[in-house]
Design a protein around this ligand. Structure first.
Ligand code: GLN
Length: 495
């Protein structure tokens, strides 16, 4: 394989086959991605930190391992030599982890997150750490202290957020796969905006150890790739019990086996009326409904369902997530982590450091959360929100007695313009209305491309499943992708 530009079009599955057969070397593959990153990064800014030396070192080691294995017949790690980008909210030992914030500008974690370590053990090569809204608070990557990431389909538009760097990098073929995190939609919404496939797993299924905490009862680690088959492959090496995460679940993981069958006979798909509301972009509604019809033609049974408490998800989330964030972010005070803004006394040191190094959105969330938790208001806000959260969870439990999966839009619109919601936090929060419920209920969600709008921007669809039902979501998306071509479209404007 001589033409290095073509190598960046390989899926994880195809790249693995070529690496194993010896037709392709890891070094060639990694160089192709690094060259593409070098070319596109100035325009897209998908990364906060690049790790080319590490990647080339890992690639050379992988090549040696393949050569040895070919001689001896021994087996190789399952993802050996596959390039990966990691959201800058997950620890990678020895590499700066900023969380998109100045307050962690120089923070270098001494250990790797469990999910990162699992993938390293499976053989991946890390290309770099991707851009994110500060502490994952946002829906556009505009809240990063390191500059906005641009959408590869149209650089005037946002890539979504908060894992916008990871989604843009996969869409622009700067990496075949990337890790993201999803607290209220941060994998699914950018996947939808960038036209890639993104999985938010069941809460507890992938370890949060080494993920910098935002809303601990909502945080999940997910993955982006260009196909459901690639997402399934990576996910199977990410999930699993971890004694270092108290909410990690010891639930056996069937390795997603996505066969070639395209028959969806007897799969019951529920379509919730609350997700097709006034104000949704007509092309989004049209593309999602067409995708549901497509699945129906493949044998699925489509049923109307109701998730009656959906309208409360937004206020509930924007009480619970900031409340948890206000507690989690108390540790950044200029003493233990990151840079410090000096002062005469310790209280001023805390105030100066937090006042100068946190961005505006993070401060807003800390104030909202502190207020919701304060004595006298706790029951009225946080306590009440927890009760309504239970009702939202029960909506899903009831729905999954009737159907196997729920199909819905990911977001009410396609990618909006950079700056469009800059002065209106509420408009930004409204972007999350269809993704928040899955986090509140702890259920898995998968986003994948199902069309384009009149501007040529991708439209995504979301499938939500019962707890631990990732395999069903991946199977449906895989069948969809075997019989359609939306996921094969590439943004050409950035080349
Ligand atoms: N946009 C949502 C928020 O700002 C979700 C972010 C996320 O999932 N990390 O909280």
């Amino acid at each position: 394989m001589n033409d290095t530009r073509d190598l960046t079009n390989l899926t994880v599955t195809d790249a693995l086959a070529a690496l194993r057969s010896g037709e392709l070397s890891c070094t060639e593959l990694v160089r192709a991605f690094l060259e593409r990153i070098e070319r596109l990064e100035p325009r897209l800014h998908a990364f906060i930190t690049l790790t080319p030396e590490l990647a080339l070192r890992q690639a050379a080691a992988a090549d040696r391992q393949y050569t040895r294995a070919r001689k001896s017949g021994e087996s190789t790690p399952p993802l050996l030599g596959i390039p990966l980008a990691v959201k800058d909210l997950l620890a990678l030992a020895g590499v700066r982890c900023t969380c998109g914030s100045r307050i962690l500008d120089n923070f270098v974690p001494p250990y790797s997150a469990t999910v990162v370590q699992r993938l390293l053990d499976a053989g991946v090569v890390v290309l770099g750490k991707t851009n994110t809204d500060e502490f994952a608070m946002g829906s556009s990557t505009e809240n990063s202290a390191y500059g906005v990431t641009r959408n590869p389909w149209n650089v005037k538009h946002v890539p979504g957020g908060s894992s916008g760097g990871s989604a843009a990098a996969v869409a622009a073929r700067m990496t075949p796969a990337a890790l993201g995190t999803d607290t209220g939609g941060s994998v699914r919404q950018p996947a939808s905006f960038c036209g890639v496939t993104g999985l938010k797993p069941t809460y507890g299924r992938v370890s949060r150890f080494g993920l910098v905490a935002y809303g601990s009862s909502l945080d999940t680690v997910g993955v982006f790739a260009r196909t459901a088959a690639d997402v399934a492959l990576l996910f199977s090496h990410m999930a699993g019990f971890d004694p270092r995460d108290a909410t990690s679940v010891d639930f056996p993981l069937p390795l997603p086996c996505l066969d070639g069958k395209t028959n969806l006979k007897d799969v019951r798909i529920g379509v919730p009326q609350e997700y097709f509301i006034e104000g949704i972009q007509p092309e989004v509604e049209g593309a999602v409904k067409a995708a549901i019809t497509h699945l129906e033609k493949l044998g699925a049974v489509v049923l109307p369902i109701s998730l009656p408490h959906t309208e409360y998800a937004l206020p509930v989330y924007y009480l619970i997530a900031p409340a948890e964030a206000s507690a989690n972010l108390a540790r950044y005070d200029g003493v233990r982590f990151g840079p410090r803004v000096e002062a005469e006394n310790i209280l001023d040191l805390f105030c100066n450091t937090r006042g100068q190094l946190f961005g505006a959105e993070v401060k807003r969330r800390i104030m909202l959360g502190t207020y919701a938790l304060s004595a006298g208001y706790y029951d009225a806000y946080y306590g009440q929100a927890q009760k309504v959260r239970t009702l939202i969870k029960q909506d899903f439990e009831k729905a999954f007695e009737l159907v196997d999966v729920i199909a819905a839009p990911v977001a009410p619109s396609t990618a909006f313009k950079i700056g469009e919601h800059a002065d209106d936090p509420l408009a930004m929060y409204l972007e999350d209305i269809f993704t928040l419920p899955a986090n509140l209920a702890g259920v898995p969600g998968l986003a994948f491309p199902v069309g384009f709008d009149y501007q040529g921007l991708p439209v995504g669809m979301q499938l939500m499943g019962a707890p631990f039902g990732e395999e069903m979501l991946l199977r449906l998306a895989h069948v969809y992708q075997q019989t359609t071509t939306w996921h094969l479209q590439t943004p050409t404007g950035v080349d």
